[in-house]
Design a binder for this molecule. Structure first.
Ligand code: NAP
Ligand code: F7E
Length: 338
């Protein structure tokens, strides 16, 4: 029997990789797409003839109920979100509505439509741990979110658990640490760096302007992480799982790795707002600090422990940090446009 999956956030990085994975497993794939006056379907260009797209928005409950009723999915993957942590400080109410209440709308629609046999995946996030005192972080670590995004995702996390306990839904939280790819949005730090490196490779004289270089993240590849999402949905019982690589690196180290791919060695000079990344060979300034990219509250260090996912799902990441950086820079060099 062909399974039917519904993906919210299908136009995003993970949505595109997940749609690709599910199609390869012969799923019938449906995706919710927000109305936009510009093209928000670029990541789906290669899949557009194989998937069904439905207009919708996580802020509209009636629309969600009608969509679920029409599609009658076997599996729902809720990836839709205002996913930028920095922007969540500027738009806390919008972020709470979509990333928090959006999940409630989906689960309430499932309850109203009596969709007991439909499995539900929630894109939870390592941001719910915030500056937790534990390291590495696992499913039992304390939650101390330190951004409006993290707070909204924590509301969603507990809502999933509540519906699992109260109504016996198969609903799981994938607590995913940062995952990147050539399809990552350009406003996230990794892609911002790899795009700038590609520009410099092609002769651009612009410097790369960034905020806090000392923040550390556990960066994996999105392709590995969507495989983990699917695995969570194939179990007999729903659960909550951390997906992470177990390695952490600073933004500064990511910059060094990305420039190393084009044979540039970065030397750091100066401190805090005056710090600069210099091309060791030529003396050119390539990286500068712009305090506009500092956040009102920073999550300093993330490193995850994915032992539970490894033991119960058999999941482990396959793509290394160096291969991730290489793939992203190579891609941006190839698609670079002035
Ligand atoms: P992304 O590239 O920013 O994609 C977000 C998706 O959500 C886009 O398709 C976007 O549509 C859609 N969306 C935004 N607001 C919506 C609304 N009101 N109604 C319906 N859809 C809406 O994010 P991603 O990196 O693929 O992440 C996927 C999910 O995992 C998100 O929930 C994110 O918070 C979570 N997450 C991501 C990471 C990570 O490192 N990537 C880690 C942990 C958790 P448009 O294309 O129209 O903007
Ligand atoms: O920032 C620092 C910034 O925006 C990473 C989302 O997918 O992962 C992501 O959230 C770090 C932060 O990702 C710039 O301060 C410095 O410490 O790439 P990011 P994020 O905030 O970790 C989690 C797990 C999610 O769930 C989210 O959806 O880099 N940083 N300079 C900068 N960050 C940005 N964006 N831009 C800069 O110029």
């Amino acid at each position: 029997m062909t399974k039917r999956a519904l993906i919210t956030g299908i136009t995003g990085q993970d949505g595109a990789y997940l749609a690709e994975l599910l199609l390869s497993k012969n799923y019938d794939v449906y995706g919710m797409v927000r109305r936009s006056s510009t093209n928000n379907k670029e990541r789906l260009n290669h899949l557009k003839n194989d998937i069904h797209l439905i207009d919708g928005d996580l802020a509209d409950g009636g629309n969600i109920t009608r969509m679920l009723n029409t599609v009658q999915p076997d599996e729902i993957y809720n990836l839709g979100a205002q996913s930028h942590v920095g922007s969540s400080f500027d738009m806390p109410e919008f972020t709470a509505n979509v990333d928090g209440l959006g999940i409630l709308r989906l689960l309430e629609s499932m309850r109203t439509l009596d969709m007991q046999d439909t499995k539900f995946y929630q894109a939870s996030s390592s941001e719910i741990f915030g500056n937790s005192p534990e390291t590495p972080l696992n499913e039992t670590s304390p939650f101390l979110p330190c951004s409006p995004y993290g707070v909204a995702k924590l509301y969603a996390y507990w809502t999933v658990i509540n519906y699992r306990q109260a109504y016996d839904f198969y609903a799981c939280n994938g607590i995913l640490f940062n995952h990147e790819s050539p399809m990552r949005g350009a406003e996230f730090v990794t892609r911002k760096i790899t795009k700038a490196v590609a520009g410099i490779y092609h002769g651009s004289k612009e410097t790369l302007k960034l905020g806090n270089l000392n923040a550390k993240r556990d960066w994996g590849h999105a392709r590995d992480y969507v495989r983990g999402m699917w695995m969570m949905m194939q179990m007999d019982q729903a659960g909550d799982y951390v997906l992470a690589t177990g390695e952490t690196r600073s933004v500064r180290k990511f910059i060094e790795a990305a420039f190393a791919y084009i044979d540039i060695q970065i030397e750091w000079q100066g401190e805090s707002e005056n710090e600069k990344g210099i091309n060791k060979k030529t003396g050119d300034i390539l990286v500068e600090i712009d305090p506009n990219f500092y956040r009102p509250n920073e999550l300093h260090c993330l490193v995850g422990d994915a032992k539970k996912a490894n033991k119960k799902l058999g999941w482990s990441p396959e793509i290394s940090f160096n291969d991730l950086v290489a793939e992203m820079v190579a891609h941006d060099i190839e698609v670079y446009q002035k």
